[in-house]
Design a protein. Structure first.
Length: 368
């Protein structure tokens, strides 16, 4: 396969696109953006980060004498008021698919907010009609001017190395001291669930869709928090088939704290965030830390390291090789169509029998 058509599958959850969109189909192609090498500045959360349209703060120096230089983010929007910080994934045309640039910007913004003493908690949401449809899964364009021969993802070790780098960025949500609420609407698929399930609390719309369709042919979630939220049986049921559940069903399973009607979601999250903002930030940090340490005692952190390596193993499966070949030769849309067509509407049913028509779509059971 030519280098220009190589696929970076270390971050294997795709923003889902199919040839024939269905109600649970994001139908988006996302452009993968290569990681940026080199040091990244760490400005403060509010006085240093520029919200588009809100002006540029004056340069100065922080308490340690470092230069404080304002910057803008390309893929997220950052704002704060009354003790609540808000980070909005801002690639609505890609259903907020996570690129390497977005992942790094999200990591930096999270730590900036954690350092800002005026912020007590954060909300992470998505712009447009989805929270996040997954990781970008378009060809990685190789730069021709880089004199350094850098790792790709051809070997097991290189693949693992790439995903470990991404995981270190994602784990900021879990490791930072302040609580983070995921506000989920629309699609929360594949890599979107990586981000959402690392948050301290997840509140979603009743009609949101959660799932991991790449489990059908690409690999394993590189962030494995499903087990801790829904238990082993439902984790297997959903991850092995790639089927999706609604927001209301996610709340039934424990994947979400609760679900509410879509038109009440923003107010519900805002109400909880404002209650958290009433509490001393150091007490919030202490309570988050003790629960997260309990998860670590149950193996949660080791599980994340293992998930990355097992995902790299999954990338060696014949189905994963075939997916990449089809995507390179016939396009991502066709590769996803072939993967998902046999699964009908791609939905699971949490309560009651899963009766399906000949096309694999769920149908309601007959009335008694």
């Amino acid at each position: 396969m030519p280098d220009r058509e190589r696929w970076h599958v270390a971050q294997q959850g795709a923003s889902e696109e199919r040839a024939h969109p269905r109600p649970d189909d994001p139908s988006s192609i996302a452009g993968y953006e290569p990681s940026q090498h080199g040091a990244v500045a760490r400005p403060g959360f509010l006085d240093l980060v520029v919200v588009p349209g809100r002006g540029v703060p004056s340069p100065g120096a922080d308490d340690e004498g470092r230069d404080r230089v304002a910057r803008t983010f390309e893929t997220i929007r950052v704002e704060a008021a009354d003790g609540v910080g808000r980070i909005t994934l801002n690639r609505p045309e890609k259903l907020n698919a996570i690129s390497a640039t977005m992942l790094r910007e999200l990591h930096d913004a999270l730590w900036d907010a954690d350092e800002d003493t005026s912020v007590h908690c954060l909300v992470v949401a998505g712009e447009g009609r989805a929270f996040c449809a997954g990781y970008d899964l378009t060809p990685l364009q190789q730069g021709g001017d880089d004199p350094v021969e850098r790792r790709g993802s051809r070997s097991f070790d290189d693949d693992t190395w790439q995903m470990e780098r991404s995981q270190r960025l994602r784990m900021a949500v879990f490791d930072m001291h302040k609580p983070v609420i995921a506000q989920v609407h629309g699609y929360c698929l594949a890599g979107g669930t990586d981000l959402a399930t690392l948050c301290d609390m997840l509140i979603c719309a009743d009609d949101a869709r959660f799932g991991f369709p790449p489990g059908r042919d690409l690999g394993v979630l590189p962030t494995q928090m499903w087990l801790y939220h829904v238990g082993p049986q439902w984790a297997k049921r959903l991850l092995m088939t790639g089927d999706t559940v609604s927001g209301a069903e996610a709340a039934q399973l424990g994947l979400a704290l609760k679900s509410v009607p879509a038109d009440l979601l923003a107010a519900e999250v805002d109400g909880l965030a404002r209650r958290l903002a009433l509490v001393d930030r150091e007490l919030l940090a202490a309570n988050k830390r003790v629960v997260n340490l309990g998860l670590e005692l149950m193996g949660a952190r080791t599980m994340q390291r293992l998930a990355v390596e097992i995902d790299a193993r999954g990338h060696l499966a014949e189905s994963a090789v075939a997916f990449r070949r089809t995507a390179a030769e016939e396009g991502l849309r066709e590769a996803l169509r072939r993967r998902d067509a046999p699964f009908g509407d791609g939905r699971a049913r949490v309560v009651g029998p899963e009766l399906r028509d000949d096309d694999g779509n769920l149908v309601d059971p007959p009335s008694p």
